[in-house]
Write a protein of this length. Structure first.
Length: 106
């Protein structure tokens, strides 16, 4: 419940290229339909081999950091085509959160 996952709205199950990969996109909105609520993704590998794949969804805000909720590490960034690359271990999964990136120092 740390990230409000108990009550969320599933907003996309995007197509992926690898048949063993599943991506679920959720809005952490406490079931209230708040379109400004944070985005969470669950990415799963149902195979015995590592997978590298692209996650693409029109629900992903561009130029947001993709953060592993367990380690708090930035693992990727959403590009201008609303996609990012993930690496999954065999039978692995990732619980990811999108956060706005800090503006670059000038």
């Amino acid at each position: 419940r740390e990230h409000g996952v108990a009550i969320e709205t599933q907003i996309d199950v995007p197509d992926v290229a690898h048949p063993g990969m599943l991506v679920l996109v959720h809005r952490l909105d406490d079931g209230l339909g708040d379109e400004g609520a944070p985005i969470q993704l669950t990415v799963l590998n149902f195979t015995a081999e590592p997978i590298e794949g692209t996650v693409h969804s029109e629900q992903l805000p561009v130029r947001h950091a993709v953060v592993d909720a367990q380690t708090h590490e930035v693992v990727s960034r959403v590009d201008d085509l609303q996609s990012f690359i993930v690496h999954l271990e065999p039978y692995g999964g990732l619980f990811l959160l999108l956060t706005e990136e800090e503006p670059a120092a000038s």
